[in-house]
Design a protein around this ligand. Structure first.
Ligand SMILES: [Fe+2]
Length: 323
């Protein structure tokens, strides 16, 4: 289906002032009125960009033109996926139009709904390719940063939206929808519990993670933003802590996807995650099926609490199998 990744996420919020402050503190760049007008958002909305143009859209929760909410309170109302061409949009419209409403808006974005009940949109991707020099780490036997200090980050500049996570009543129909209808690929699985899915064969380890929730309710969990390296995860996390926002988990390092992370509770609903150094994969990637084990959430993690454990990983068992 040629979906390239997440282009924008729309949140419905009741307290716009707090949401604006959080997005600015997070390091997102607020866009001007002209860009906002081009995004066809309800009156009273705001638009923020990551460095590559992937967007966070804030809209008043009560706006009648927003897709329905899957839960009470502030939450994600729509995920807009990027595609490569107009032909892709037409193909998606006829595919999804078989069993659900589809509509194009005035800017050419296709709108529909997924099987969680979350609004989904598709547009020709507005993200630009970032150019970056590799982060340089000195290793014994391999010194690459010579006569130069390591980068220091006083705060984070999110480079791109990486992935989104939902808790659902039952992952099975949702996994089916994304894999069979939208062509997502399986990257890894917690057996009977959750799946990591990616939109492209080559690229991110995952763009979408869905997991069964203990309370059997559909809910937004978190949105992840890539930053340049672990130093920026820490620098960004320290800055946003100083601004008064609360850690949800981290800093730490995931086992699946290998990314370093730091999650913060978000007034937009759920959490926002700074992440760096995620595994990048190709069609050759072999999905793992892992037995559910709380220690698999992170290889290591500071501030471990709320029932989830950090290191050590000694008891974790990973069974690889073909999926
Ligand atoms: Fe994440």
């Amino acid at each position: 289906m040629a979906i390239t990744g997440i282009d924008a996420v729309t949140f419905g919020v009741t307290d716009m002032k707090t949401a604006l402050r959080f997005c600015s503190d997070w390091g997102l760049v607020r866009q001007n009125a002209q860009a906002l007008a081009a995004a066809s958002l309800p009156r009273g909305s705001a638009l923020f960009h990551c460095a590559d143009g992937s967007a966070v859209q804030l809209a008043p929760a009560q706006s009648s033109t927003l897709p329905a909410a899957i839960e009470a309170g502030n939450t994600v109302r729509q995920v807009i996926w990027g595609v490569q061409s107009r032909r892709d949009l037409q193909a998606l419209a006829s595919n999804l139009g078989r069993d659900r409403a589809v509509a194009f808006d005035s800017d050419g974005t296709l709108h529909s709904v997924d099987d969680i009940g979350v609004g989904i949109g598709f547009r020709i991707s507005q993200r630009k390719k970032l150019k970056a020099a590799p982060s340089q780490f000195n290793t014994p036997g391999c010194a690459v940063r010579i006569d130069a200090r390591a980068p220091r980050y006083l705060r984070a500049v999110p480079q791109e939206i990486s992935h989104i996570v939902f808790g659902v009543k039952d992952i099975r129909p949702i996994e089916r929808f994304y894999r069979q209808r939208l062509g997502f690929l399986l990257s890894d699985r917690y057996i009977g519990r959750s799946v990591f899915l990616r939109a492209t064969a080559a690229g991110n380890h995952h763009h979408l993670f869905i997991m069964n929730t203990a309370d059997q309710r559909n809910q937004f969990n978190h949105l992840s933003f890539k930053v340049r390296d672990i130093h920026e995860v820490i620098g960004g996390g320290q800055f946003i802590s100083q601004r008064g926002w609360t850690t949800q988990a981290g800093p730490g390092r995931h086992l699946p996807s290998s990314a370093c992370f730091w999650y913060f509770k978000s007034p937009l609903g759920g959490a926002f995650e700074y992440a760096a150094d995620e595994d990048m994969v190709t069609a050759k990637w072999k999905p793992a099926s892992m037995r559910m084990d709380p220690t698999l959430f992170s290889e290591w993690r500071f501030n471990a609490g709320n029932g989830m454990q950090g290191a050590p990983m000694a008891d974790s068992r990973i069974a690889r199998s073909k999926q």
